[in-house]
Design a protein around this ligand. Sequence first.
Ligand code: SAM
Length: 348
Amino acid sequence: MPILRPIQHMTTTDFLIIEPFLHDALEARTLQAAFELGIIDALESSADVPVSQVLRGRSCDAAGGKFLLQVLARSGAVQLDGASVQITETFRAALRFRDLLLTKLQFSELVAADFFNRMPQLLSSSEEFMETSKLFELFDYGRCFEITPQNCLKAARWMKLTTTLTRYEAPVCVEHFDFSAHQKMLDLGGNSGEFAIQVCRRIPSLQACVADLPVVCHVGARHVAEQQMSDRIQFRPLNFTQDSIPDGHDLITCKSVLHDWPDEYATHIIGSVFNALPVGGRFLIFERQQWDFQTEPTPYGSLPVMLFFRSYRKPEFYTSSLEAAGFRGVTVQTICLDLPFMLISATK
Ligand SMILES: C[S@@+](CC[C@H](N)C(=O)[O-])C[C@H]1O[C@@H](n2cnc3c(N)ncnc32)[C@H](O)[C@@H]1O
C-alpha cells in the first residue's frame, strides 16, 4: 500500500529539516551507509518492516546491522519497536531533500580526512594544507580554462556540491531581494547556472547571463539545457580577474564567490562590477559570513564549507569596499540557514 500524506505548505527554509541528521559525525556516517546498503529505500516504501527482513541480503552481519539500526534510532531517523523498524515522520519529511542530504553526506565524508587526519597542517598553514587537501584538490580552478573531456568531468564533480547547495540557498535569497525590479541579471561566478535557474523560475520577466570560467560554462550550459532554461539563461566564459565584466545588465550578482579571493582581488572585482553597471544598476552579494566557532554550531554536514574558515568575512569589508568603489544605498541583511549568510545590496 503506498503511504499517502497530506500536502503541506512549503517554505524556502524547509530544507533545514535535514540538519539534525547531519550534526553528529558517527550518526551521519552511519546514515550514509544505510543509504548505500539500500536500507533507507527499503524502509521508505513501507510503514513497518521486520528487522530481519530489512537486513536480509545486505552487506552487513547481524551485529553490524544491529549497530547500524541502533545508531539510526538514536539519531531519530528510525524507530525500533521490538523486532520491527520504521522510518520516523521527521526523517520521512527530511527525505524530500534527499539530493541535499546525500550531497552533504558524500562531500563531508570526502573532506573528513582533511580535518581528522591532517589537523596540524590545517592549523599551521593554509598553503601547506591546500597542497594536500582533498577539497582543494577537487576545487581546482586551474583546470577550468581548457575545455577537455577530462577537465569537464572533474569540474562536474565539484559543481555537484555547489549546484545542490545553491538549489536550496537561492530561493531564500529571492525571498529577501526584489529581483522583479530588474530585467537583465549577470551572475558572476554563476557556475552551473543553478542560481540563475532558481531566480528565473520565480521571476518570469527576468533574463540571465552566467559568467564563469570556460570549462564551468561548458558544463553549466548542459545543466541549464536539461532544465529547459536555455531560452532565458546564456553563458559567457571569462576570467574575471583579467577580463572586463560584460555590460548591458541592470543587476549583477555574486553568490559565494568573493570569499574565494584575497582582499585586493575582491576589491578589484567590486570595482569592475561598478564599471559594468549602468547608473541605477544594482549589485547583490550573497554568501556565508564569518562565524564564531565558540557559539555557532559546527555540524559534520558542514565540513566542506567549514574548510573555507580562513576566507569568510564580516559584512563590514564589503560595505566599505562597495562605498569606496562608488556604490550608494548599501544594505546588509543576515540570514541564518545551516550557517549565517549575508545578503548585501548596493546601487550605482
Ligand atoms: C564557490 S563557487 C560558487 C558558485 C556559485 N556562485 C554558487 O554559489 O553555487 C565560485 C565560482 O567562481 C568561479 N570562478 C573562480 N575563479 C574565477 C575566475 N577567475 N573567473 C570567473 N569565474 C571564476 C568558479 O568557477 C565557481 O563557479
